[in-house]
Design a protein around this ligand. Structure first.
Ligand code: HXC
Length: 258
């Protein structure tokens, strides 16, 4: 299995698992990722997902170069589209995805992290887009997602130079939320955040994700209208009634996801 997945107390734990190849994404791994994301969507008990890589050295060191070397241009285009569609499943999901970057996040690996909602990094994390040094370019959404997250200037500098940056620099550029010293600290911080997210109304969290992710491409005015329409819809939910009443009645809310 190139992708390991388990869920515990509402949190899904997804591990990309090809440690001998620094978790490089070959076609099997991408297909397994896709299946896992689709499974997460079906499972109402999962409220949040943590994504990490196997082993000590890497989150994901990119798309599998040996695999790509054999592709025709048409197959390469299809490979890029499959990777984009697969990672996009995290963005269209209403469930928050937290990346725990435990080492190299290069090329397609950086793109996995960029498709998550929150990025936590271990101090040894290294981010970069080496593609142009291989004669190719980022193809799993990196050009679009990095420029949207960090701005076009930063995206151009990193992508054109193919240089790697460390976790501290990535945090300075707004690409990383928090840095942790050890893998244990990294995973336990992500778990703690997942627990905190799960205390809230799932529909409200999901709609807030939609407002931020989908609203990003809209004009400010359209984004505000979209936010208000989601606000109106969430107001008809059982959990909105519960949350507002619980505050007034000075008790803890009991959210059911309705
Ligand atoms: C295939 C990879 C790989 C990759 C590492 N390996 N990265 N195999 N694809 N992306 C393999 C190595 O070949 C080696 O296998 C094993 O993993 C350990 O790697 P080493 O190179 O021995 O480790 P180290 O010396 O510590 O160097 C680490 C590294 C280096 C700096 C991360 O592995 C590296 O530069 N990897 C390539 C990074 C990269 O260019 N990524 C972007 C790919 S393009 P063996 O069998 O020899 O032990 C991309 C495009 C996405 O992602 C979009 C597509 C449409």
């Amino acid at each position: 299995m190139n992708v390991l997945f388990e869920s515990k107390n509402g949190t899904g734990y997804l591990t990309i698992n090809r440690p001998d190849k620094l978790n490089a994404l070959n076609i099997d791994t991408i297909n397994e990722l896709k299946e896992t994301f689709l499974k997460v969507e079906q499972d109402k008990t999962i409220k949040c997902v943590i994504v990490t890589g196997s082993g000590e050295k890497a989150f994901v060191a990119g798309a599998d170069i040996e695999y790509m070397q054999k592709l025709t241009p048409n197959e390469a285009l299809k490979f890029a589209r499959l990777g984009q569609e697969t990672l996009h499943l995290m963005e269209v999901s209403n469930k928050p995805y937290i990346a725990c970057v435990n080492g190299y996040a290069l090329g397609g690996g950086f793109e996995v992290a960029l498709s998550c909602d929150i990025i936590f990094a271990q101090v040894n994390a290294k981010f970069g887009f080496p593609e142009v040094s291989l004669g190719i370019l980022p193809g799993f959404g990196g050009t679009q997602n990095l420029s949207r997250l960090a701005g076009k200037l930063i995206a151009k500098e990193l992508i054109f130079s193919a240089k790697m940056i460390d976790a501290a620099k990535a945090k300075e550029l707004g690409i990383v939320n928090e840095i942790y010293q050890t893998r244990e600290e990294l995973l336990s911080a992500a778990k703690e955040l997942a627990v905190q997210i799960q205390k809230n109304a799932p529909l409200a969290v999901g709609f807030a994700k939609r407002a931020i992710v989908d609203g990003f491409g809209l004009s400010k005015e359209d984004g505000l209208r979209y936010e208000a329409s989601l606000f109106g819809v969430v107001f008809s939910s059982v959990d909105a009634k519960e949350g507002l009443s619980a505050f007034v009645e000075k008790r803890k809310p009991n959210y059911t996801g309705g």
